[in-house]
Design a protein. Structure first.
Length: 183
């Protein structure tokens, strides 16, 4: 599993020990971690892109890594616009996002199927991260099957998915998940 991890640059002076704690905890799960905190996040860029404006290269690398990750974990104890933007970018890309804070659980304020939040301490961070990684691992799409539909069914599926702004496959997965919850 590939996890993109980030935290606020502006919070480094005050929160670096927490940033490091979360990074070490994610690595203990066995996931591949790509992160500005590790310095390995710009490898995704071409040499030409790295040589251009460093700030633009930084954000392009973050954007590309979010899109290629299976999940995103963000330490949000220091709140800033850039971290909020990266969270929204990951959610828009339909990536599971875990926002960790030592102050509050943001899932109490943000209701989205791809958003998970948790207030953590040094004592429970391993449990919180492991639970998220396990949940994402179970939802990672790894099975494929073919499905035959009548022309009417396919037409309805096309219409319903377009209306909801999602793919036909995602529409079918959502129906299955909804059915499972109702039982």
């Amino acid at each position: 599993m590939r996890i993109f991890y980030t935290a606020s640059f502006y919070g480094k002076n005050k929160y670096q020990k927490y940033y490091d704690l979360v990074l070490e905890t994610i690595e203990k799960t066995g996931a591949t971690v790509i992160s500005p905190e590790k310095g390995n996040y710009k490898r995704i860029l071409t040499a030409k892109a790295r040589m251009r404006d460093p700030k633009l290269a930084h954000y392009e690398a973050i954007r590309k890594n979010i899109l290629q990750a299976d999940a995103v974990i963000i330490e949000v104890s220091f709140q800033d616009l850039q971290i909020g933007y990266e969270t929204a970018l990951a959610i828009a890309a339909k990536k599971p996002v875990l926002c960790l804070s030592i102050y509050e659980d943001f899932s109490q304020k943000i209701d989205n199927q791809y958003f998970f939040g948790a207030k953590y301490t040094e004592l429970d961070v391993e449990e919180v991260v492991a639970e998220f990684v396990e949940r994402v691992g179970k939802k990672t799409l790894g099975e494929r099957f073919n499905l035959f539909l009548s022309a009417v069914q396919e037409e309805y599926l096309e219409h319903a998915s377009r209306e909801k702004g999602i793919s036909k496959s995602e529409y079918v997965r959502n129906l299955i998940d909804k059915d499972k919850l109702e039982k």
